[in-house]
Write a protein that binds this ligand. Structure first.
Ligand code: ADP
Ligand code: MG
Length: 422
């Protein structure tokens, strides 16, 4: 199937072709036709599946068709992080390059608001925003959303994780009731399903590859190692030439800094990216990683969310995440849009129970690397039984709390760590 069959206009098809896309991804194939007709869409798809084009193409087409001389905001995309907002802005530029007189702007916190306000005053058709800064500018009258025709909520489950749901609800309350809504989320926990039900009108549901199955294209390896040897092991695996561009995940910001410093000392070009870095530093790190001057980017989960860099050859889990879905999100940073990739995970003694959760979620065992320079002092545990969790139900035997919450100070995956992008 090619893009011609999706009901998109000629200038948009031309831009898609210019971008080098030959075939729509499954979420694009299923979501674009109804969205282009104006239907609401509930899209369940995980990162790397091509959601941005799935909503941007029909959005641009509709806004273009509705464009009038009357300057007002016709479409709004709300997304949880600055990086995602910036990337969606770039995608709108790419996909909208043959549309004349269609303007969009990107709004997020952590940077001076004045240029954003100046852009808004010039008049824009489309706004891409993170919730906090958007609400702030709405409350002060710089953004008026009463003419919105198309509203997109991207990465809704991540909004929930980051504590943005109340802000999202406040924003939605200001939108016209009669509008098109495109709602995307990688997972559908109950809060998100409720939110979707409250916002969508007779939606077309589209779902691709549940979170646990996308891991299939990725080669996944596991190293049992003592905590104190993790950095040395990292240096060892980075000495491998096939490792072109690696994204290293650290559970903490502090840890990310220390890893990047360690690598720099060893002569490995690296940078850290996390919530405490200034926007300028984050942009520089990301640009360096994209251009290849930074070979290793060390990131925390929130900062890495939505980073879309082609050619990430390896994802390295320096720390194993305590929420198994996070593992899948992380490794999805490699193997973007159909490419294959390699994920390496370092597991210390304390993290062994996280490994059990991860392997049960993805339904397979990570390939053990038994021979390396820093084999753990305790013998490797036996492989876990993958079947002891009912498939898809998310319910653990005994119906108790998720295991992962035991270690998070009793907090579940909502984590009590709300972080604001703005
Ligand atoms: P998601 O939002 O689902 O995480 P993105 O929309 O960021 O995914 O897309 C992931 C990557 O795939 C991007 O690099 C994008 O340019 C690329 N991509 C999207 N659609 C296609 C397509 N139809 N063909 C080839 N590459 C695509
Ligand atoms: Mg996306």
């Amino acid at each position: 199937m090619n893009f011609d069959a999706l009901g998109l206009s000629a200038p948009i098809l031309r831009a898609v072709k210019d971008a080098g896309y030959t075939e729509p991804t499954p979420i694009q194939r299923d979501a674009i036709p109804p969205a282009a007709k104006g239907r609401d869409v509930l899209g369940c798809a995980q990162t790397g599946t091509g959601k941005t084009a799935a909503f941007s193409l029909p959005l641009l087409q509709r806004v273009d068709a509705l464009a009038t001389d009357d300057p007002c905001v016709r479409a709004l995309v709300v997304t949880p992080t600055r990086e995602l907002a910036a990337q969606i802005g770039e995608s709108l530029t790419t996909y909208g390059k043959h549309l004349e007189d269609l303007w969009h702007t990107v709004i997020f916190g952590g940077v001076n608001e004045k240029p954003q306000i100046a852009e808004l005053k010039k008049g824009v058709d489309v706004i891409v925003a993170t919730p906090g800064r958007l609400l702030d500018l709405m409350n002060r009258g710089f953004v008026v959303l009463d003419k919105i025709d198309v509203f997109v909520l991207d990465e809704a489950d991540r909004m929930l994780d980051m504590g943005f749901l109340p802000d999202v609800k406040r924003i939605v309350a200001k939108l016209p009731k009669k509008r098109q809504t495109l709602f995307f989320s990688a997972t559908m926990p109950p809060e998100i399903r409720q939110l979707a039900e409250s916002m969508l009108h007779d939606p077309v549901s589209v779902a691709v590859a549940p979170v646990s199955s996308t891991a299939e294209r990725i080669e996944q390896h596991l190293y049992f190692v003592d905590k104190t040897n993790k950095r040395a092991l990292l240096a060892e695996v980075l000495a491998e030439d096939s490792l072109e561009r690696a994204l290293v995940f650290s559970r903490t910001k502090h840890g990310a800094n220390r890893i990047a410093q360690f690598l720099e000392k060893r002569g490995v070009s690296s940078a850290a990216i996390h919530g405490n870095k200034s926007q300028g530093a984050r942009t520089r790190a990301l640009d360096g990683f994209k251009s290849g001057s930074v070979r290793v980017l060390v990131a925390t989960d929130i900062a890495a969310r939505g980073i879309d860099v082609d050619g990430v050859s390896h994802v390295i889990n320096f720390d194993l995440p305590n929420v198994p879905e996070t593992y899948v999100h992380r490794i999805g940073r490699t193997a973007r849009a159909g490419a294959s990739g390699i994920a390496l995970s370092f597991c210390d003694t304390e993290e062994r129970e996280y490994l059990v959760d991860i392997e049960r979620l993805i339904g397979r065992h990570l390939a053990r690397i038994d021979e390396h320079g820093f084999v753990a002092s305790q013998p490797a545990p036996p492989m876990t039984d993958l079947e002891s969790r009912s498939k898809g139900g998310g319910q653990r035997p005994g119906g108790g709390k998720k295991k992962s919450s035991r270690r998070g100070g009793g907090r579940g995956r909502r984590g009590g760590r709300p972080r604001r992008a703005s």
